[in-house]
Design a binder for this molecule. Structure first.
Ligand SMILES: Cc1cc2nc3c(=O)[nH]c(=O)nc-3n(C[C@H](O)[C@H](O)[C@H](O)COP(=O)(O)O)c2cc1C
Length: 208
């Protein structure tokens, strides 16, 4: 860390160093996974689909700050899962409007299905969320009418936890091994930007 990096960013009278901001990022991500009202509860995930970019919103389900990992759940029949199986490059975009904070995360995805990580996640998935994995036709199938793809019973949550086990075969957990984080904080007196690269282990200020 060179001397220039000792100059921090002043937020409400406190001088934050790059190392402080990096810790703050992971606290915010952790809060996002734990609390549904937090801005970082959802993220926009970008994948590469045959050379084109594809994005969608997902719920941040788990964060492991020490391992630098983020997790979300999805249907293993979905486009995103199949795209990630072909190309594990992934990007996650977060924006907290009240905090005026953007995170652009780059990483590599690891797909978990029928393993200990998927099993633990499935066990903690509530009945209402399990519904998502119970459509007969895979996500993105064309339908001749507007539909959830669920039977009326499942749609109205008239099924038991035992019956919901059918969904397990379609359930997957995507782990993102974070390679770098681009941090941008908007401020009327001048924006601030920092880059945290875990591959090269370099933390730097950038011009916004
Ligand atoms: C607020 C919100 C949260 C969502 N959370 C998830 C999620 O956690 N997992 C998921 O697979 N899809 C989630 N979706 C749906 C996806 O955005 C997407 O429409 C769907 O998964 C199909 O994407 P794909 O065709 O790229 O696979 C969510 C959508 C919204 C609007």
């Amino acid at each position: 860390m060179n001397e220039a990096n000792r100059l921090g960013v002043m937020i409400q009278g406190i001088n934050y160093q790059l190392e402080d901001l990096e810790k703050d990022i992971w606290i915010r991500l952790l809060n996002g996974a734990l609390k549904s009202r937090e801005a970082f509860h959802t993220t926009s995930i970008a994948t590469i689909a045959d050379g084109a970019i594809s994005q969608r919103t997902v719920v941040l389900r788990k964060v492991l700050p020490a391992a630098k990992q983020l997790f979300f759940h999805t249907d293993t029949r979905s486009h995103k899962w199949l795209e990630l199986a072909k190309n594990n490059n992934i990007s996650a975009l977060f924006y907290d409007a009240p905090a005026r904070l953007q995170l652009r995360i780059q990483g590599k995805a690891v797909l978990h299905q029928n393993d200990a990580i998927a099993e633990t996640a499935w066990q903690t998935t509530r009945l209402s969320s399990r519904r998502c994995y119970l459509t007969m036709a895979p996500p993105s199938s064309v339908s001749d009418q507007p539909t959830s793809g669920l039977t009326p019973e499942i749609e109205q949550e008239q099924f038991t936890l035992d019956e919901s086990e059918m969904g397990k075969q379609n359930f997957g957990v995507v782990a993102i091994n974070v390679g770098s984080i681009d941090w941008l904080w908007l401020h009327h007196a001048g924006h601030r930007r920092a880059h945290f690269n875990y591959q090269t282990n370099t933390f730097q200020w950038l011009i916004p």
